[in-house]
Design a protein around this ligand. Structure first.
Ligand SMILES: Cc1cc2nc3c(=O)[nH]c(=O)nc-3n(C[C@H](O)[C@H](O)[C@H](O)COP(=O)(O)O)c2cc1C
Length: 413
């Protein structure tokens, strides 16, 4: 299959899997421990049913979404994904460029393989920066200063990585930086010659560019990675959030919130946005799906801050479902990264185009002309008078969907 033949995000995932050696693909796709959290992120969407309304006059659909004073062309953006250039050289800036062209936001990772300044050149109005608080507070302050001087509109503080989690695929594969393949992994890796050739042509292990200035003059990729390992993960505190609020004059988002009380406390400190997220199922295997916590967090925050969500989004309908449940905006991590891995810049464009087209089709199908109309009224709700009380719960409808797929992957390990 070629990139242009991909009809959905799962096609891009399969193309990405074909392109990458197992050690790299598993890093992208994998979750923590038994990957239950990874599975429930996706299945949480399948448990909801959209309730269509017909005979609605078709005046076209408008999927533009206002957020932080910007009118974006779609209600989704690109979540931060670290080490992207390891999977496709130049991937960070491809994601930035495609986001700007599609008029959607791109969040540069705190473990990105391009610099804040380079992303700001490529996508000045669309790049946000995601901060991992560093142990050395001066580094965090300097990263914030750089994002501000580069003119970025939004800072995203990720709070759900207090420790490095137990990602068992990576442990089995011996994933480390720079990549060192055991002999047993070489044979499989050699079946991906295009990736190997690109990796070597671009000098092997990519640099964590944003950290280079702090790692000492002349630090190479490995020295920078070693230095970063001394700085993150570092569990930021509420006091740190207050400091970052004081230092950052523009929109501030906290990413990784799952408890309504934490959302309320962050809003009291003055953040502008809450990203309900479990890090794509990569940190706590017992964590709930963001979609399941969304209504409670939206109710707790009300309209005092913007509530956003990421985790498990693979379809345009997933995005609309999240909007119905109270999200203002939705982010995708793996979906666009699969695109970048599978096809570079055209691959990212393809991923964005697929989601955008699916949103349009589903809006037409449910009789929804604009995103403002979305709400619980477009969802089949358990308490509604027309919902059968003897019907199986939506969870019973699809009990094996996630488990089967994820179990298969586990068997491959
Ligand atoms: C390969 C990879 C790298 C990631 N790196 C980061 C990161 O550097 N910072 C961060 O806040 N989240 C990171 N995440 C989490 C994403 O921002 C996002 O929360 C998650 O991917 C959403 O789930 P989805 O992939 O199912 O869309 C990463 C996710 C993946 C898959």
């Amino acid at each position: 299959m070629k990139i242009q033949d991909a009809v959905n995000i799962d096609d891009l995932r399969r193309l990405a899997r074909r392109h990458l050696p197992r050690i790299a693909f598993d890093f992208v796709e994998g979750g923590v421990e038994d990957e239950h959290c990874l599975a429930i992120n996706e299945t949480s969407f399948a448990r909801h049913r959209l309730l269509p309304r017909y005979l609605v006059e078709d005046c076209g659909r408008d999927q533009s979404a206002a957020l932080f004073g910007h009118s974006y062309a779609s209600p989704f953006g690109i979540a931060p994904t670290g080490l992207a250039a390891l999977f496709r050289p130049g991937a960070d800036l491809m994601l930035a460029e495609a986001a700007a062209a599609a008029n959607i936001p791109f969040i540069m990772s705190g473990a990105s393989t391009a610099s804040i300044e380079a992303a700001a050149r490529v996508a000045p109005a669309h790049t946000w920066y995601q901060l991992y608080a560093a142990r050395d507070k001066k580094i965090s302050e300097d990263l914030i200063r750089r994002a501000r001087d580069a003119g970025l509109s939004t800072l995203v503080l990720t709070v759900d990585v207090p420790v490095s989690s137990k990602r068992e695929r990576n442990m089995r594969n011996g994933f480390e930086l720079p990549l060192k393949l055991k002999w047993s992994k070489w044979i499989e890796a050699l079946m991906h010659p295009v990736w190997i050739a690109r990796y070597l042509r671009h000098g092997g292990m990519p640099r964590l560019e944003n950290w280079a200035p702090y790692a000492g003059a002349g630090a190479d990729a490995k020295a920078i990675a070693d230095f970063v390992a001394t700085q993150i993960p570092c569990s930021a505190t509420w006091r740190d959030l207050e400091t970052f609020r004081r230092l950052w004059p523009r929109h501030l988002v906290v990413k990784g919130i799952l408890h309504p009380d934490d959302a309320v406390r962050a809003v009291e400190i003055g953040v502008d946005g809450i990203m309900v997220s479990n890090h794509g199922g990569r940190q706590l295997d017992q964590a709930p799906a963001p979609l399941d916590m969304l209504p409670a967090i939206r109710a707790a925050v009300a309209n005092k801050a913007v509530v956003m969500l990421d985790g498990g989004v693979r379809r345009g309908a997933d995005i609309l479902t999240a909007l119905c449940l109270g999200a203002r905006f939705v982010f995708v991590g793996r979906a666009t990264l699969y695109g970048a891995v599978a096809g570079g810049l055209p691959g990212v464009r393809k991923a964005i185009g697929i989601l955008r087209k699916e949103i349009d089709l589903v809006m037409a199908q449910i009789g929804c002309p604009s995103l403002q109309e979305l709400g619980p009224g477009f969802l089949l709700q358990a308490g509604a008078p027309w919902a059968r009380t003897d019907a199986p719960t939506p969870r019973d409808d699809v009990p094996e969907l996630g488990q089967r797929r994820f179990a298969n992957k586990t068997v491959q390990l």
